[in-house]
Design a binder for this molecule. Structure first.
Ligand code: C2E
Ligand code: MG
Ligand code: MG
Length: 286
């Protein structure tokens, strides 16, 4: 018993040490551009083509080690610095899209995660719209992903923010639907474009009929509200076939692509769409 107590204590101490370390490095990491944006393509189930991607933050330390978001995001949320990272990722995406547009390379829409704290920031829409404008990013190329927890206690604000974002040329999605306290009732008033259904719904899709019924009902219901569906965390061909049958719109999962560095994604787009940027955008709008 005594041994166990000591072990528990030691692991907490190590965890706190790690958190302190991550916390103290954030400022310099931002300055030194140690945060990188990876891109994970989303594939249209009807055409099997990439239609857009999600921007995902990675922390690449000077020694080359890559820290996943699960290690640093909870720390930044706890010390309330996450909005800085969100904005950094957003601006990095704008910089990259501008570069591709200037070079006449193919571009597709990109979705960006926004934390609960960023959402609570009163200047949020103005700031993001300002950055979009300063890089002259065309409407329809940027999508903001809100986790379902944001609408929980501030439902009216979310509705108003989505409307404001729409008027500034952004698309909006609800991320991780089903992970927390989601309600399908929200689609009555909320004018979002995309619903991202959490991976947990798909783990037993092949074996559990109730899971299949649940997913199919969600997809069918929100389609009637004009909302597109993305299935997250898809890893098998069997899952793809089932989702195709259910008429899910897009797949984001390792079965197609893992998140990849910017350069790699850029190369992939060039291979798949050896056309000019404008054409690629019109082929696959959000
Ligand atoms: P998310 O926004 O739901 O992003 C999807 C996560 O699922 C990504 O994890 C992605 O790598 C992972 N994923 C995609 N397909 C598969 C699959 O087939 N199998 C498995 N096992 N995983 C899959 P990642 O990149 O580790 O990010 C985790 C979470 O961190 C994200 O979940 C998002 O909530 C958060 N995050 C990442 N970047 C940012 C950011 O810039 N700002 C904020 N606020 N949060 C971010
Ligand atoms: Mg997301
Ligand atoms: Mg998600």
């Amino acid at each position: 018993k005594f041994d166990r107590y000591r072990f528990y204590n030691e692991s907490i101490r190590r965890q706190l040490f790690l958190e302190k370390d991550i916390e103290s490095c954030m400022g310099s990491a931002l300055e030194n551009k140690e945060f990188k944006v990876y891109y994970q393509p989303k594939v249209d189930l009807k055409t099997n083509q990439i239609v857009c991607s999600e921007a995902l933050a990675r922390w690449q330390k000077a020694d080359g080690t890559v820290i996943p978001p699960s290690d640093f995001i909870p720390v930044f949320e706890k010390n309330r610095t996450i909005p800085q990272l969100d904005q950094y990722v957003f601006e990095s995406v704008c910089v990259w899209l501008r570069k591709l547009l200037d070079e006449g390379k193919p571009v597709l829409p990109v979705s960006i995660n926004v934390s609960r704290l960023q959402f609570c920031n009163m200047d949020f829409v103005e700031t993001y719209a300002g950055i979009k404008k300063s890089y002259a990013i065309p409407d329809g190329l940027l999508e903001i992903e809100f986790t379902e927890s944001v609408m929980f206690d501030n439902w009216e604000r979310l509705t108003s923010i989505v409307d404001q974002l729409h008027s500034c040329g952004f698309a909006c999605s609800i991320d991780d639907f089903g992970k927390g306290y989601s309600s399908l009732g929200m689609f009555k008033n909320l004018n979002v474009d995309v619903l991202k259904i959490d991976a947990l719904f798909f783990h037993n899709l092949e074996t559990e009929e109730k899971d299949r019924l649940l997913v199919e009902s969600i997809i069918q219901l929100v389609r009637q509200f004009g909302v597109k569906t993305v299935a997250e965390g898809i890893e098998t061909r069997e899952q793809i076939e089932i989702l195709k049958h259910m008429r899910c719109d897009y797949i984001q999962g390792y079965v197609y692509y893992k998140p990849m560095p910017q350069k790699e994604y850029e190369k992939l787009l060039l291979q798949l769409f050896p056309l000019c940027a404008q054409e690629a955008v019109t082929v696959c709008p959000v």
